[in-house]
Design a protein around this ligand. Structure first.
Ligand SMILES: NC(=O)c1ccc[n+]([C@@H]2O[C@H](COP(=O)([O-])OP(=O)(O)OC[C@H]3O[C@@H](n4cnc5c(N)ncnc54)[C@H](O)[C@@H]3O)[C@@H](O)[C@H]2O)c1
Length: 253
């Protein structure tokens, strides 16, 4: 089945950069109208412009996914602008590179609230107005399954938040099945974005990663975007409550 989102409206968080921007572009290429949502308006605007310049349909919206009022307003704006809502991508996420000894309560709340509470708030607000037959994708990570200590220590707050999103995905799949809404997660491996602030394509990082990767390269945001578009499409209509690793084989051994 060819992936076709014509007539569908998508809401992508963290759409201003990296994986979120690639997903927004892919969904637009596949026919959807896309609400590009980001905490930074200039980034959301830039993604929406890329889409409209290419002939697609998009709107830029600003919202911090931790802010219930802002998320509810963004969802209402989507209905006002496009008349419906079908597809949700809970992609916005952050990490801070602190180990157990140094991570503060503030860092814990910052990371856990954006990564785990944000998808809960978005799912609650969006599912009230989503179309029957809709679908949602939540972004986890291989670190929802295994601990990676690339910086010399793991990030306990990040691991905990993403493990939570994995289970949130299953709970949402159960809760929203009655509305005909499917919910899945994608667990990316290392993807070439500005997420960690460091260069993950350099020789030192590659030496570490090549011990795990079966596909001998860092992933690109488009690798995740194609998987997201598939999971959101009718081609995946029998898939719900699962997590798809898009990780170059990281979790295989
Ligand atoms: N890059 C990787 O290697 C990798 C690996 C596994 C999982 N992930 C996950 O993929 C997702 C996207 O990461 P990325 O690599 O594209 O990072 P990125 O930093 O390039 O993009 C994140 C985007 O989210 C936005 N954002 C941050 N806080 C927000 C908030 N409170 N509300 C709304 N928007 C907010 C940022 O402005 C930015 O545009 C994250 O959830 C991350 O945990 C990334």
């Amino acid at each position: 089945m060819i992936i076709d989102h014509h007539g569908k409206v998508a809401f992508v968080t963290g759409a201003g950069s990296g994986i979120g921007r690639a997903i927004a572009r892919q969904l637009a290429d596949d026919g959807a109208s896309v609400a590009c949502v980001d905490i930074k308006m200039e980034l959301a605007d830039a993604t929406a412009k890329i889409i409209t310049d290419a002939g697609g349909s998009a709107a830029a919206l600003v919202a911090d996914v931790r802010d219930r009022g802002a998320v509810e307003k963004a969802v209402a704006d989507v209905i006002d602008t496009f008349g419906r809502l079908d597809l949700i991508v809970n992609n916005a996420g952050v990490v801070t590179m602190s180990g157990l000894d140094t991570v503060t309560d503030e860092e814990w709340d910052f990371v856990v609230d954006i990564n785990m509470k944000g998808p809960f708030i978005v799912a609650q607000a969006a599912s009230r107005v989503m179309q029957n037959g809709g679908a949602m994708v939540n972004m986890t990570t291989v670190e929802a399954e295994v601990v990676v200590s690339s910086s010399g220590n793991c990030q306990v707050h990040y691991n905990a938040s993403k493990g939570g999103v994995k289970m949130l995905t299953k709970a949402l799949a159960v809760e929203l099945a009655a509305k005909g809404i499917r919910v899945n997660a994608i667990a990316p491996g290392p993807i070439n974005t500005r997420f960690t602030g460091g260069d993950i394509t350099g020789p030192e990082a590659m030496a570490f990663m090549s011990q795990r990767l079966l596909v001998p390269r860092v992933g690109e945001p488009e690798d995740i975007a194609r998987a997201a578009s598939f999971l959101l499409s009718d081609a995946a209509s029998y898939i719900t409550g699962t997590q798809l690793a898009v990780d170059g084989g990281w979790l295989t051994r």
